[in-house]
Design a protein around this ligand. Structure first.
Ligand SMILES: Nc1ncnc2c1ncn2[C@@H]1O[C@H](COP(=O)(O)OP(=O)(O)OP(=O)(O)O)[C@@H](O)[C@H]1O
Length: 221
């Protein structure tokens, strides 16, 4: 599903953010990505989303070499990928429904389909009763669940999460992880970048560890 073959990423000023990184993530996997600040976690995710391109090596998604995807193919590529951020990146002047609907509206779904899909997503994250609420009236954990509903509303094959529990207490973090596990059980491939080693080790999924841009655990091809 996601394959990295000796991938290196050098930023323009000459800094190697990833060095010869190789790993494979299968369709039904839920994998954690960890490492110190600046180790290259966000860079690795940016390459999967085609927000950036590898300097050397290959990134393949479903067997397709991303180097062959032209710029005009990037929006279609991103359609298959849901993204969850630590700080939610919600629109705070819009109710929950509008926030979750946004990716569907951008893609031109008709309003009946938008309503059906938004409610299905909110139901999955346990927030059906909050569709008219404004994000600021929700708790941090609820706001993060809105972010997750928005990430899955287009039914992506891959879900990437960058520090999704960074601002949450341990109980809420565990709840959010359970949600990811539920999406994984229905076939979504999930990669979660996290510093929370206590949480990660309890959950017993595979762990990829980056250190100064090199993969030091979990990377067998
Ligand atoms: N756009 C960029 N231009 C230049 N250097 C960058 C850019 N983005 C990241 N870097 C550098 O690449 C390295 C890896 O950064 P990256 O954001 O991937 O790390 P990270 O593991 O996600 O860190 P954090 O946990 O702090 O978010 C860092 O040294 C960073 O300064």
């Amino acid at each position: 599903m996601i394959t990295f073959e000796r991938v290196s990423k050098r930023y323009e000023e000459g800094h190697d953010a990833l060095k010869e990184v190789s790993f494979q993530i299968e369709r039904d996997d839920l994998v954690f990505l960890t490492g110190h600040s600046g180790a290259g976690k966000s860079t690795l995710m940016r390459l999967i989303m085609l927000m950036d391109r590898a300097t050397r090596g290959k990134v393949l998604i479903d067997g397709r070499d991303l180097a062959t995807v032209p710029s005009r193919g990037v929006p279609a590529h991103r359609r298959d990928i849901g993204v969850v951020f630590q700080n939610h990146q919600l629109l705070f002047d819009r109710p929950v429904f509008d926030n979750v609907a946004l990716p569907l509206v951008i893609r031109g779904y008709d309003y009946r389909e938008v309503g059906r899909r938004v409610r299905a997503s909110l139901d999955k994250v346990g927030l059906l009763s909050k569709e008219r609420a404004m994000p600021l009236t929700l708790s941090g954990g609820e706001q993060q669940r809105v972010g997750i509903a928005r990430a899955v509303v287009c039914k992506p094959k891959i879900l990437l999460a960058d520090e999704p529990t960074g601002n949450l207490d341990p109980d809420l973090s565990a709840e959010i992880m359970q949600l990811f596990e539920e999406f994984n059980r229905v076939g979504v491939t999930i990669l979660i970048a996290s510093h929370d080693l206590a949480l990660i080790s309890r959950l017993r999924h595979r762990i990829l560890t980056l250190k100064d841009g090199r993969l030091v655990t979990g990377g067998a091809l």
